[in-house]
Design a protein around this ligand. Structure first.
Ligand SMILES: Cc1cc2nc3c(=O)[nH]c(=O)nc-3n(C[C@H](O)[C@H](O)[C@H](O)COP(=O)(O)OP(=O)(O)OC[C@H]3O[C@@H](n4cnc5c(N)ncnc54)[C@H](O)[C@@H]3O)c2cc1C
Length: 364
C-alpha cells in the first residue's frame, strides 16, 4: 500500500494475520499488543471445521475459503520463518451416539463432500472410537496447531521491517483529530492513517470507539492428554478430541459466560475428562498434561465484525471471531488488508459489517 501506515490493536491470530497481509502490501504497520490471561488464539483447539457449521450463503463460502487458504498460507509462512506449522487435513468426524439424532442427521442434506459413515466404516477408519450410532465425515476439514501458528506469525512480525511491535496496552482510540491515533497506557499515542481494532474479547473496552460492539467473552476450558489414539478430529454434541501430534490430544471445551475470569474449574475439567473417555475410551486412562482456558470473542450471530466503520473511514474492525477465529483469522486478515489497500478483497466482507447490529453509535 503506497505510503500508508496502519496501527493495529491486538496481536492474536487476527491482528497478526492482518499485520502480515498489510506489510506484504507495503504498508508500515504498528502492532500494539499486550498479554491478557485468556487470549483466545493460543487457547483454542485449532479445528478447521466449516463443514460442520450448518448454513449456506456468504458466511459459509467465507469459512470454506478460509479453510482452503490454509495449506498455501502455512507454506508461505514457512518460507519466511523456517517453521512448518502442523496442519491436519485428515477430515473431521461428527459422531452421533443417539440413534434418533443419527437418523435425523442422515436424512438431512450433505454438502461440500460430507459423507455418512456406517458403524462398520467408522470402525475401519478410527478403531479406537467408542461405538456410536453413526457418523459424518467432513473429509476436507481438519485442524491446525494454533499455538505453533501464533508463534510463527510472531516470529514473522518481529523480523519484518514493515512491522513495528509495541508491547503496551492500548487504552483507546482518538478519531476526532487530523490524524487518528491510538492512546497507550503510558500516555503516549501512536498516530496512523488507519486504525484496526483486533483486540479479541477486549475490543469493546477500548475508549473512543464510535459505537458499542456486541462482543462478549465466552470462556472455554481445555485439557491436553498424553496419548494420541485418533488420526481425525472427533466431535460430538458435548465436546471434541483433536489429535495435536503423535503423542498428544487436546480435548474441549466448555461454553461459559464468566466475564473475563479465565481460570479453569474442577467441574469444567471433570466434564472434559468425561468427554474424552466417552469419545475414545483409551483416553480415559491418559495422563492430563496441561489444563487452561480462553475467552472467545463472541458476537450475537457468531460471525466476525470485519471492515470499516460506516461513519469513520479511518477505523477498521477485525474482531468478534467467536468460536471460529482460528479457521477464519488468516482470510479475515487478508481481506481486511486488501480493503485498506484499496483492493477488492477476494471475498465480500459486507455480510460482516458492524452495521448489521442495531447498536446506535455513541458520541466520540
Ligand atoms: C477454548 C477455545 C477453543 C477454541 N477452538 C477453536 C477452534 O477449534 N477453531 C477455531 O477456528 N476457533 C476456535 N476458537 C476461537 C478462536 O480462538 C478465536 O476466535 C480467535 O483466536 C480470536 O482471535 P483474536 O486475535 O481476535 O483474539 P485473541 O487471540 O484473544 O487476541 C487478542 C489480543 O489482543 C490483545 N489485547 C486485547 N486488548 C488489548 C489492548 N487494549 N491493548 C493491547 N493489546 C490488547 C490481547 O492480549 C490478545 O493478545 C476457540 C477459542 C477458545 C477460547
Amino acid at each position: 500500500m503506497p505510503g500508508g501506515d496502519v496501527a493495529i490493536v491486538g496481536a492474536g491470530l487476527v491482528g497478526l494475520a492482518t499485520a502480515a497481509a498489510l506489510a506484504a502490501r507495503g504498508a508500515n504497520v504498528t502492532l500494539i499488543t499486550t498479554h491478557h490471561p485468556g487470549e483466545a488464539s493460543r487457547a483454542a483447539a485449532g479445528m478447521l471445521a466449516p463443514g460442520m457449521e450448518s448454513g449456506t450463503g456468504p458466511a459459509t463460502a467465507f469459512a470454506l475459503a478460509a479453510r482452503d487458504l490454509y495449506p498455501s498460507y502455512i507454506e508461505a509462512l514457512a518460507e519466511v520463518t523456517g517453521t512448518m506449522v502442523p496442519l491436519n487435513r485428515e477430515g473431521v468426524l461428527e459422531l452421533f451416539a443417539d440413534p434418533e439424532d443419527a437418523a435425523r442427521r442422515r436424512s438431512a442434506p450433505f454438502s461440500n463432500g460430507a459423507e455418512w459413515l456406517t458403524t462398520a466404516q467408522l470402525r475401519d477408519l478410527e478403531p479406537a472410537l467408542a461405538p456410536v450410532a453413526g457418523a459424518v465425515l467432513y473429509p476436507l476439514d481438519g485442524a491446525v496447531d494454533n499455538v505453533e501458528l501464533v508463534r510463527a506469525l510472531h516470529m514473522m512480525a518481529e523480523s519484518n521491517p514493515g512491522i513495528a511491535m509495541v508491547d503496551e496496552a492500548a487504552t483507546g482510540v482518538e478519531l476526532d483529530g487530523v490524524r487518528p491515533a491510538v492512546r497507550l497506557s503510558s500516555g503516549a499515542t501512536v498516530d496512523a492513517g488507519i486504525v484496526v481494532v483486533a483486540a479479541g474479547a477486549w475490543t469493546p473496552g477500548l475508549a473512543g470507539l464510535p459505537r458499542s460492539l456486541p462482543v462478549e467473552p465466552v470462556r472455554g476450558q481445555m485439557i491436553s492428554l498424553d496419548a494420541a489414539p485418533l488420526r481425525h478430529v472427533a466431535y460430538c454434541g458435548h465436546g471434541y478430541v483433536v489429535p495435536r501430534d503423535s503423542a498428544r490430544s487436546v480435548v474441549g471445551s466448555t461454553m461459559e459466560h464468566a466475564g473475563f475470569e479465565s481460570h479453569t474449574t474442577a467441574e469444567g475439567l471433570a466434564q472434559l475428562s468425561a468427554t474424552a473417555g466417552s469419545i475414545c475410551p483409551a483416553l480415559a486412562a491418559a495422563r492430563t498434561l496441561d489444563r487452561w482456558s480462553g475467552l472467545r470473542p463472541v458476537t450475537p450471530d457468531l460471525l466476525p465484525i470485519l471492515g470499516p466503520d460506516p461513519d469513520m473511514d479511518a477505523l477498521y474492525y477485525a474482531c468478534g471471531h467467536s468460536r471460529n477465529g482460528i479457521l477464519l483469522g488468516p482470510l479475515s486478515g487478508e481481506c481486511v488488508a486488501a480493503l485498506i489497500a484499496g483492493e477488492v478483497p477476494a471475498l465480500d466482507l459486507s455480510p460482516f459489517s458492524v452495521s448489521r447490529f442495531s447498536g446506535s453509535p455513541v458520541t466520540v
